[in-house]
Design a protein around this ligand. Structure first.
Ligand SMILES: [Zn+2]
Length: 505
């Protein structure tokens, strides 16, 4: 196992230094060094990211190294999404990292929204460039330029392309996974013949994201439409899924944009229609990023560290052999058999056969790293033809017969997946309330309030004032809102819309 890295204090400017001492002392301190959530949620988060070896600080300000354990989670997220994209008719492609300045400035709202965050290349080798190159903050512009070349006729539509890539946004304040200068994501870019088809695509992907995040990550989300001020720069309409983290802050977990004809007009994505007239295409874009990993950490984790939903856990089961007597001749072969049998059933298993660490040490480490199920096996268990299963989420211990173990483990993993979702949903429900008056709103927003649902008149002024007074932003307007009327929580004017507000990441 790799040694715990010392904190560099880089990524949030406040990284905690490891306490001194040799390897063993560091190892012993591993779990106790996680700050309790109740003491400082933000520090707890950073501790978990580093101690669980998900990511680490680097010499590049605001950029993280995703370590193998964290990257394995990302790969499982990628696989789950990629499968769904392809099942809905999308294909993958790849576009350049650089965007010529002239292109980026072509869609006015887009450039205005992104320019404060753009990193520029001004030199190549030892020569100044004639035209600066932006490092993509998102790829509407470069992909739109290519679509203008590729789309000629209504027969070329729809174009349904996704790209797995990195993007760069120059951030002042960063936090691993949640906001980093460079991050990994997928960005879908589609072009359609009609407005209705583009809207259908936008909604289809939002629903796909919701289903994926809830099913695979166990994170309940609220889906709805963003307000004008929170929508994507250049979009006609933006929709989002919003999750609630353990500290009562919201996390925007994914967005899907209906771009109307804005980018088609700016980049001349035109086609000859069925009626032979030249028309602008209707486009969409949508994305989720490595931020989802931050969401998983903050949705499920506890004071002992990470809790991973089984479907995205790099190891779903860790086997810890109990070293009694000549265990390497007796227990270890049995443990290997069990591992092989579980792997054959499709379970991701780690057999921790290191003999330099005690079982107790291993329990604490794998708990901290969030492995859903621990399987303990010792000489006494073998005599009784059983093993001990321990759940990470409830810490329940379940003696289980070796006969039929694979089926029992698969059932248990499903139970844990469902239990994590149910627990997170309960948490969100307990931290969501409806408020009628502005005083009520302000009082609730102090501390750790979660979501507030309130009537809103639709004015950007009220939205901005609410943010200035309480730091809460309008997360989205859930679908189906508008069934009840009431006074706007801020100005008292009649409102038909109910919006969800929260402090957010
Ligand atoms: Zn108002």
């Amino acid at each position: 196992m790799a040694e715990q890295m010392g904190g560099q204090g880089g990524i949030d400017g406040a990284g905690r230094k490891d306490k001194g001492g040799g390897q063993n002392q560091k190892k012993d301190a591993l779990v106790t060094e996680i700050t309790p959530q109740s003491e400082d949620f933000s520090r707890w988060y950073l501790d978990v990211v580093r101690k669980a070896e998900l990511a680490d600080y680097t010499p590049v300000k605001g950029c993280m190294a995703i370590r193998p354990y964290g990257y394995a989670i990302w790969e499982l997220i990628q696989q789950g999404l990629d499968k769904r994209f392809k099942a809905t008719g999308h294909v993958n492609a790849y576009f350049p990292l650089f965007i010529p300045e002239k292109l980026l400035t072509r869609e006015a709202e887009h450039v205005e929204g992104f320019s404060p965050q753009v990193a520029w290349v001004t030199r190549g080798g030892d020569e100044d460039l004639e035209e600066r190159l932006a490092i993509r903050p998102t790829s509407e512009v470069i992909i739109g330029t290519m679509y203008a070349k590729w789309i000629k006729s209504w027969r070329d539509l729809p174009v349904l392309i996704n790209q797995w890539a990195n993007v760069v946004r120059w951030e002042k304040v960063t936090r691993p996974f949640l906001r980093t200068t460079e991050f990994l994501w997928q960005e879908g870019h589609t072009a359609h013949e009609t407005e209705a088809e583009a809207q259908e695509e936008t909604m289809k992907i939002l629903a796909l994201y919701k289903e994926f995040v809830e099913t695979e990550l166990g994170m309940p989300v609220v889906d709805g439409q963003k307000s004008e001020s929170e929508k994507f720069a250049g979009a006609s309409r933006t929709f989002s899924i919003e999750a609630l983290m353990g500290d009562g802050r919201a996390l925007q977990a994914g967005t899907s944009h209906n771009l109307g004809q804005n980018f088609a007009k700016a980049f001349e994505i035109q086609f000859q229609g069925r009626d032979k007239t030249v028309q602008n295409a209707w486009t969409t874009s949508w994305g989720v990023s490595t931020r989802l990993i931050g969401g998983v950490i903050m949705t499920h984790g506890d004071d002992s560290g990470l809790i991973l939903p089984p479907r995205i856990a790099p190891y779903q089961v860790v086997i810890v052999p109990i070293p009694r007597g000549n265990w390497q001749e007796t227990v270890l072969p049995k443990a290997r058999d069990i591992r092989d049998a579980l792997v054959a059933q499709g379970v991701r298993v780690m057999l921790d056969d290191r003999d330099e660490y005690s079982p107790g040490w291993k329990y604490a480490e794998w708990e901290m790293r969030g492995v859903p199920v621990r399987l303990e096996i010792g000489p006494k268990d073998i005599e009784k033809a059983q093993v001990m299963l321990a759940r990470r989420d409830t810490r329940e211990k379940l003696p289980t017969a070796i006969e039929g173990l694979g089926a029992a483990v698969l059932r248990l993993l499903d139970d844990i997946q469902a239990a994590l979702y149910a627990r997170a949903l309960r948490f969100r429900e307990e931290h969501t309330r409806r408020v009628e008056t502005y005083d009520e709103f302000k009082a609730a927003m102090e501390g750790r309030p979660g979501f507030l649902i309130a009537h809103w008149c639709g004015s950007g002024e009220c939205e901005a004032q609410i943010k200035a007074d309480t730091q809460a932003t309008l997360r989205n307007i859930p679908f189906g809102s508008g069934s009840s009327t009431g006074p706007c929580v801020r100005c008292g004017q009649s409102a038909t819309v109910e919006a969800w507000f929260a402090k957010s990441y």
